[in-house]
Write a protein that binds this ligand. Sequence first.
Ligand SMILES: Cc1ncc(CN)c(N)n1
Length: 226
Amino acid sequence: MTNFTDRLRKSVAPIWERVHRHPFVTGLGDGTLPVGAFKYYMKQDYIYLIDYAKMFAIASVKAYDLETSSRFAALQESTLNTEMELHRQYAERFGISRAELEATESSFVMLGYTSYMLRVAHQGSLAELVSALLPCTWSYWEIGKRLAQVEGALDHELYGEWVRMYSSDEFGQLAIWLIDIMNQLAEGKSEQEMARMEEYFVNTSKMEYMFWDMSYREEMWPWENN
Ligand SMILES: Cc1ncc(CN)c(N)n1
């Protein structure tokens, strides 16, 4: 028997494959990614994660039982204090202060992505909320695991830290828990509800691709660097 997340994964197969082949992602693995693009990405991703952590906070409020509520609260905590610590450490290496990091001006893609997710979180059910946030954690874990297979990627002096974090068992446990809860929440849902959840999952998967792409091109608003 296939579960709901098998259906989701199948529906985004071509998009995620494009992500795996994107030069930003392959460059993280083989070390060819320009440092400027990585710095740009780190700063945009830092402010992205501030909003992403809020998705878990809203999920904690919407949860139907205490255990689920506290798991989402823990996910918020680990985003703010473990995942974002990686960014703070990179920023320190680059001589970017915490204040500067937090004051990063949002790119259009970053703003579109987080605004969309937060809209689903505020207007939708818990199941819809999880379907919109799941590509973020799940796809990074998949990318991390694939890059960890590339020779030298785990030990690269700049990008190794990134690959180690997203391929780690700790990060994988978070992704697995989210995949499980997605399947539980989908149980008993009508085809119409599942189709809406699939739409959110596909849309945020496309936005993941766009986030990599804008980072590679260090894209801001069109009148600033075009
Ligand atoms: C844009 C994006 N997507 C996903 C992740 C992994 N939490 C992230 N840090 N940034």
